[in-house]
Design a protein around this ligand. Structure first.
Ligand code: GDP
Length: 171
């Protein structure tokens, strides 16, 4: 089966989870277009690389911004969900956001692969990817391929493996 001509990847996660750091890691000199639009309490980043378009959003939990990323649910070919493994306090917020995402009518029945980055694995208080998977109840996700990878966006550890898995899932 042929891959779609234009692949669109949605990168989401709470603020401070490491999205920008991950995006910067994958940006290179081939990047044709790169826009960062910082607004008060909200960040959007977009870039394209070798036929793959990446758009990153803060899941700010602010109602009026929600449609900005939900707007991509209908068409995105893959999702990267970034989690700060050391932010134990907000794991419940992450779970709420994930549950909303999985129940969204535009995504619910789509077999979109989801890559979870258990980021900041280098932090001493970081939860393991196994603990995060349990906390988020990932075993319940049965209609979408998913994978959770520990990552350190500062060193790049785990990032290539994760993205490799994601692209392998996009048919
Ligand atoms: P965003 O708000 O999701 O875009 O998060 P950023 O990419 O801006 O990262 C938030 C903060 O976490 C920054 O100070 C980053 O340097 C730091 N950070 C990102 N990834 C990692 C990581 O894997 N390990 C550690 N220790 N810090 C990280």
């Amino acid at each position: 089966e042929r891959k779609p001509k234009q692949i669109s990847i949605l990168i989401i996660g709470l603020n401070n989870s490491g999205k920008s750091t991950i995006v910067n890691f994958f940006k290179n000199k081939d990047v044709r277009k790169s826009v960062s639009i910082p607004t008060i309490g909200f960040n959007i980043e977009h870039f394209e690389n070798q036929g793959v378009s990446f758009t990153a959003y803060d899941m700010a939990g602010i109602g009026r911004y929600r449609n900005l990323w939900e707007h991509h649910f209908k068409t995105c070919n893959g999702i990267v969900f970034v989690i700060d493994s050391s932010d134990r306090m907000r794991l419940v917020v992450v779970k709420d956001e994930l549950d909303l995402l999985l129940q969204h009518p535009d995504l619910k029945r789509r077999r979109v692969p989801i890559l979870f980055f258990a980021n900041k694995m280098d932090c001493i208080d970081a939860l393991s990817s196994v603990k995060i998977a349990a906390g988020l109840n990932l075993e319940k996700v049965d209609n979408k391929p998913w994978q959770i990878c520990s990552s350190n966006a500062l060193s790049g550890e785990g990032l290539q493996n994760g993205v490799h898995w994601l692209t392998s899932q996009i048919k």
